[in-house]
Design a protein around this ligand. Structure first.
Ligand code: GLP
Length: 269
């Protein structure tokens, strides 16, 4: 894992968008794994700006979202379909046929999950998977105790996640108990994983994921086993990391023949 501690979420969003831009410019048919929640919003804002002002073309890109609520209509304002439309897809030029989000209303959920997995394979696999992290260490909606080799399937949300996500629903609405999510095994097959976490509220989950033992109690801890995971943090989310000075040291002494790092350093200077 490469752990990068940045000044704030704005810088983190710019950094992540720059990585995605580099991928899409080098590989116009890139396959992106996308996430919802407040964390990726600055990334999406930067991508929209690059599309509108710097000719970043998404017309050949294919996307797969991590998750969706079970039983929620795609037009519901709190659905992840609505979220993605509002924060990204309505402002980019990705053809609808290249956008994939699990369908919470699919009549045959098992078949739908299997087809979702097959579509990822058919697209050539995910080049870059963007991830946020839940307060209890979930990735996608893979809650604690999820099998670390799981595939796309239905999961039951833990009370804390329902509480955290209440803000996206009207006060009189109940947050669904069930969701569809890419599995941990599915996520782990992405060629590059970009995990973003900002703010003190994520400090405990980040410390346990990056420095704790690998355990289904903290699903994101599986990322320790991934060959290319980059973690973008701010001071708040990094605050409980025992080795944070070491991560800063490693980043400062990064060998600069790796162009991505040279360019990112320029971006940050
Ligand atoms: C949601 C999503 C996750 C996301 C997480 C954190 O439950 N399913 O993919 O990473 O919560 O959300 P936020 O970025 O708003 O903190």
């Amino acid at each position: 894992m490469e752990i990068i501690i940045l000044p704030d979420a704005t810088t983190g969003g710019a950094y992540a968008a720059r990585m995605i831009e580099k991928l899409v410019r080098n590989k116009p048919k890139a396959v992106l794994g996308l996430a919802t929640g407040s964390t990726p919003i600055p990334v999406y804002q930067n991508l929209i700006q690059k599309h509108q002002e710097e000719n970043l073309d998404f017309s050949q890109v294919t996307t797969f979202n991590l998750d969706e609520y079970l039983g929620l209509d795609p037009s519901h304002p709190a659905s992840y379909h609505s979220f993605m439309r509002e924060h990204l897809f309505s402002k980019l030029n990705i053809p609808q046929s290249q956008i994939h989000i699990p369908d919470g209303l699919a009549p045959d959920i098992e078949a739908h999950c299997a087809a979702y997995e097959a579509a990822i394979v058919k697209a050539g696999g995910i080049d870059l998977q963007l991830l946020g992290i839940g307060g209890e260490g979930h990735i996608g909606f893979n809650e604690p105790s999820s099998s670390l080799t799981s595939r796309t399937r239905v999961k039951t949300l833990i009370p804390r996640t329902r509480e955290d996500n209440k803000r996206f629903f009207k006060p009189e609405e109940a947050v669904p108990h069930h969701v569809l999510t890419m599995g941990i095994g599915t996520i782990m097959e992405a060629r590059t994983i970009l995990l973003l976490a900002f703010g003190d509220g994520k400090a405990e989950a980040i410390a346990r994921s990056l420095e704790g033992p690998l355990t289904a109690r903290i699903p994101a801890s599986i990322l320790q086993m991934h060959p290319k995971t980059i973690v973008l943090l701010d001071e708040g989310s990094a605050s409980k990391l025992e080795m944070k000075d070491y991560y800063r040291y490693v980043y400062e002494h990064k060998e600069t023949t790796h162009s991505i790092h040279r360019e990112e350093n320029e971006l940050l200077s």
